[in-house]
Design a protein around this ligand. Structure first.
Ligand SMILES: *[C@@H]1O[C@H](CO)[C@@H](O)[C@H](O)[C@H]1NC(C)=O
Ligand SMILES: *[C@@H]1O[C@H](CO)[C@@H](O)[C@H](O)[C@H]1NC(C)=O
Ligand SMILES: *[C@@H]1O[C@H](CO)[C@@H](O)[C@H](O)[C@H]1NC(C)=O
Ligand SMILES: *[C@@H]1O[C@H](CO)[C@@H](O)[C@H](O)[C@H]1NC(C)=O
Ligand SMILES: *[C@@H]1O[C@H](CO)[C@@H](O)[C@H](O)[C@H]1NC(C)=O
Ligand SMILES: *[C@@H]1O[C@H](CO)[C@@H](O)[C@H](O)[C@H]1NC(C)=O
Length: 476
């Protein structure tokens, strides 16, 4: 009993410092000053949501949507809105445009652009350090993290690390940074002041870890392995891998919520349209599976809790929606339509002080467009299947296939019958799987085509079949 007051004091201090989620119990309730942001890859926007009223206030435009002027050689705006982070004081968010290597810092008060910096090749996720000014950016095409002055703009430093850094997280006290990778089964631990990797946790479940998240206490990291369908559970106190869970194909982002003093890890699993929930009682304990929340839409991706731990917000990448989940009973209590193809989602407490509306510089690009999804099995090919997503973009439709459990070396043809073709199947596109697994199955990550589709083709007539005798023609 004598220890109790000390533990309580410590927790209260951390809770005070942690106004942003994931936060310890005691953080403020959802307020009208708070905002949620999603990084919308296809509409090339950031959607701004007011969580207290579920209002979608509008979108911040970073460039034109797919497939428009941005293929023009003279195009100079940003392309592929993807990763998001924020400063702990809630005054800024940072956005990554993966294709143009752009880090954009935006003022949350009025959605204005504060700075844009061209960072190194293939940035993915970045985050403000605890100084609320410098942004550390994981640049996947390199073996270093770029350090950027988020206010003035410009790269001011680089930290060498293992190949393919994918995301950067900071400890609650800001002294330590953690980096996962897409080409190394390690977690790099960096001394923030020294700009140096001081330790490396080895033996993660796969070399490819796109996303990861740390709990509010700063004692656990869950590193998701999208391609392997696994998640590595890392104990930051002992700096060891606790276990590697089989979490499901296309495991996307993890995040955390504390309910009744129990720490729960939430994890989006895109291929099964669900967010899995596990409890983990201590950093060294094996997580226990609790339940899965079935998404209202397709391919859940980014997620973030409210600081009071009562809500989990999940963006459904292929439905262009955000689900609001009650963390007490795992029910979806609201769904909002957002920009197209949401990737990251962040919750920023205190983004817009009272007395301000925070709606300046917002538009409607990417909002309210039609999107449809269908899943097909491929007959005679084991358990091969494809997810088809068709969404309206700039007067054309983007047709996107994700192929799962495909046979290696087989070319597949997708076709559809048009409304005026008397039932004839018209070829749309061909694709092959990549990334063979030990069983010889392959997946096709994101096969894209653009055509006029809605009102021309019947989406229910789409078929995908193997071209058995297709031989790749050699070009002499
Ligand atoms: C950054 O913001 C947090 C939250 O407002 C604050 O506690 C901290 O002191 C700030 N850091 C600096 C260096 O100003
Ligand atoms: C995911 O959603 C699609 C579209 O609603 C559905 O056809 C498919 O069966 C779902 N998959 C799973 C595993 O629930
Ligand atoms: C879940 O809990 C909320 C209150 O937090 C309540 O409003 C809602 O009705 C509950 N839903 C179910 C299905 O129990
Ligand atoms: C929001 O506030 C700004 C500046 O105070 C004002 O110019 C604008 O008209 C307001 N917009 C709305 C929708 O109230
Ligand atoms: C299809 O999946 C089922 C269930 O996972 C499995 O038992 C079966 O062997 C698979 N079939 C093929 C051809 O891979
Ligand atoms: C594809 O074909 C090549 C050459 O015949 C073979 O070496 C390879 O194992 C095949 N891959 C799969 C996944 O079947």
């Amino acid at each position: 009993m004598r220890l109790l007051p000390i533990v309580f004091l410590f927790s209260a201090e951390v809770a005070l410092a942690q106004i942003q989620a994931p936060a310890l119990p005691g953080a403020p309730a959802i307020s009208s000053s708070d905002r949620i942001y999603t990084g919308d890859q296809t509409s090339n926007t950031i959607t701004v949501i007011k969580p207290s009223t579920y209002e979608v206030l509008g979108t911040i435009t970073l460039g034109e949507g797919r497939l428009s002027n941005l293929l023009n050689p003279q195009y100079i705006k940003s392309v592929d809105s993807h990763g998001l982070g924020f400063s702990r004081d809630g005054k800024y968010i940072n956005s990554i445009s993966v294709t143009t290597n752009t880090l954009t810092v935006i003022k949350t008060l009025d959605n204005s652009i504060v700075s844009q910096t061209y960072v190194d090749r293939a940035p993915h996720e970045g985050f403000f350090s605890a100084d609320n000014r410098t942004v550390w950016v994981a640049t996947r095409g390199t073996n270093y993290v770029d350090i950027v002055d988020g206010i003035a703009g410009g790269i001011i430093g680089r930290v060498l690390c293992a190949p393919g850094p994918s995301k950067v997280l900071f400890s609650p006290d800001g002294a330590t940074a953690y980096v996962n990778h897409i080409r190394s089964a390690t977690l790099d631990i960096i001394d923030v002041k020294a700009h140096k990797v001081v330790h490396q946790i080895t033996g993660l479940g796969d070399i490819f870890s796109s996303d990861m998240m740390m709990n509010a206490q700063g004692t656990i990291i869950w590193a998701a392995h999208k391609l392997a369908g696994k998640t590595s559970i890392l104990d930051l106190e002992t700096r060891t891998v606790v276990t590697v869970l089989e979490t499901g194909a296309e495991t996307n982002h993890p995040n955390f919520a504390i309910v009744n003093d129990i720490t729960y890890a939430w994890l989006t699993v895109a291929s099964t349209n669900e967010t899995k929930v596990y409890r983990q009682d201590s950093p060294s304990s094996i997580p226990v599976y609790i339940t899965a929340v079935r998404s209202s839409g397709i391919e859940p991706h980014g997620l973030w809790p409210s600081p009071d731990n009562t809500r989990m917000y999940v963006v459904n990448e292929h439905s262009d929606t955000v689900d609001v989940i009650d963390t007490a009973n795992y029910t979806i209590i609201h769904t909002m339509r957002v920009g197209q193809e949401g990737q990251a989602l962040v919750y920023v407490a205190g983004a817009v002080p009272s007395g301000h509306n925070g709606t300046q510089n917002l538009g409607v690009q990417g909002l309210g467009h039609r999107v449809e999804n269908r899943v097909f099995s491929i007959e005679g090919h084991g358990n091969a299947s494809t997810l088809l997503t068709v969404r309206n973009v700039n007067g054309l439709e983007m047709i996107q296939f994700i192929g799962r459990k495909l046979n290696g070396n087989t070319t597949y043809l997708a076709s559809a019958s048009c409304y005026e073709c008397n039932g004839a199947q018209i070829p749309l596109l061909e694709f092959k799987g990549v990334n063979p697994n030990p069983m010889g199955c392959t997946t096709a990550g994101q096969v894209l085509g653009f055509t006029k589709f809605f009102d021309v083709y019947d989406i229910n007539s789409v078929t995908v079949r193997p071209l058995e005798n297709k031989v790749d023609r050699k070009v002499d």
